[in-house]
Design a protein around this ligand. Structure first.
Ligand code: SF4
Length: 328
């Protein structure tokens, strides 16, 4: 949960998740939808699917592997996580290299090759550290010490070299280049993508949702029906052609969301019809927040909420919409 997410944001999700799935067996037995529902709001949903698949694999296997190579065979466990589990949970002599450790090592050894090209060099230095007495005898403590050194002393902007236990050996400090390391390759501008999604309700108080394909971005999550996300904005004609069914559609606004690899702009249309007859599934409007919706779709739901569209009663909807917009 903590990868790419702050501790403050994670704590309530962590407590709720463990209350729901207190054991590996409970997680393994849960449905993917139930796991995704508890993960909703944390982003990077592939982690939730991998965690679930990993729990199932471990439950079937009946034991937790302790070796880096075996750990890496588990879904969602990359080199860093495998090394961290092996060192901290099983006392194996390996040094996990996260962003903090990478920063410390590039500075101590004054590595000027930009990341990620410097990665093999970093792994080599990590292996050398693992072979030292501390790395052999107390690998878990060495890993934690490196994490803490990077997080509290060898910080990205102003490293506190005077307080650092490694200042005498640090090549970057000796050369006066600590703050310029680690170097990274120039960033490419984030590409933009565009899409259209539809808030469609019926007279019985349902909203139309659909499930995304189980693999790929936001795999297995629920969403409002919509278009693929492409590099050019859709014209209104194209948007209407993609609507789930003919209806008195009106444009209610725009939602913006930034993913790691692209920035997304969605146009949102809404309509109410007596009966919904199209593919997807119907969800009572009042239960929509309990669905496994990714943050970008929660933003679309909030937009519908702003327009008072969370009710099937047209008069009530108009009044709520007026009140909400006056407050904005
Ligand atoms: S001496 Fe400074 S740059 Fe070197 S590891 Fe310590 S805090 Fe980082």
């Amino acid at each position: 949960m903590l990868q790419q997410t702050t501790v403050a944001a994670v704590i309530p999700h962590y407590k709720k998740f463990f209350a729901q799935f207190p054991t590996l067996a409970a997680l393994a037995e849960a449905s993917e939808q139930a796991v995704l529902r508890e993960w909703a709001g944390l982003g990077y949903y592939a982690r939730a699917r991998n965690l679930h698949a990993c729990a199932r694999m471990l439950a079937a296997r009946g034991e937790f592997p302790s070796d880096v190579r075996e750990l890496r065979r588990l879904p969602g466990i990359g080199l860093y996580t495998a090394a961290a589990i092996a060192a901290i949970a099983f006392g194996k002599p390996v040094v996990p290299v996260d962003a903090n450790v990478a920063r410390v090592l590039t500075r101590v050894f004054a590595m000027t090759t930009p990341l990620p090209k410097a990665r093999p060099q970093l792994e080599q230095k990590a292996a050398e550290l693992a072979a030292t007495e501390a790395g052999q005898k107390r690998p878990g403590d060495l890993a934690q010490a490196l994490f803490d050194l990077g997080a509290t002393v060898c910080t990205p902007k102003s490293p506190r070299c005077a307080a650092c236990p490694w200042d005498a050996f640090c090549a970057a400090r000796a050369q006066g280049i600590a703050e310029t390391l680690p170097r990274s390759a120039p960033k490419m501008p984030r590409p933009r993508r565009f899409g259209v999604h539809f808030w469609l309700t019926d007279a019985a108080g349902n909203v139309l949702l659909r499930r995304r394909p189980s693999r790929g971005l936001l795999g297995g999550m629920s969403e409002l029906p919509g278009t693929p996300w492409i590099s050019e904005p859709y014209s209104e004609k194209e948007a209407m052609a993609a609507a789930p069914m003919p209806a008195p559609w009106r444009h209610i606004g725009q939602v913006r969301h930034v993913f790691t690899h692209f920035a997304l702009t969605l146009e949102v249309f809404a309509a109410a019809v007596p009966r919904i007859e199209t593919t997807g599934f119907l969800c009572p409007i009042r239960d929509v927040h309990a669905q496994a919706l990714p943050t970008v779709m929660r933003k679309c739901v909030s937009l519908a909420e702003t327009f008072g569209l969370m009710t099937a009663n047209a008069d009530e909807a108009r009044e709520i919409g007026k009140m909400r917009r006056r407050r904005l």
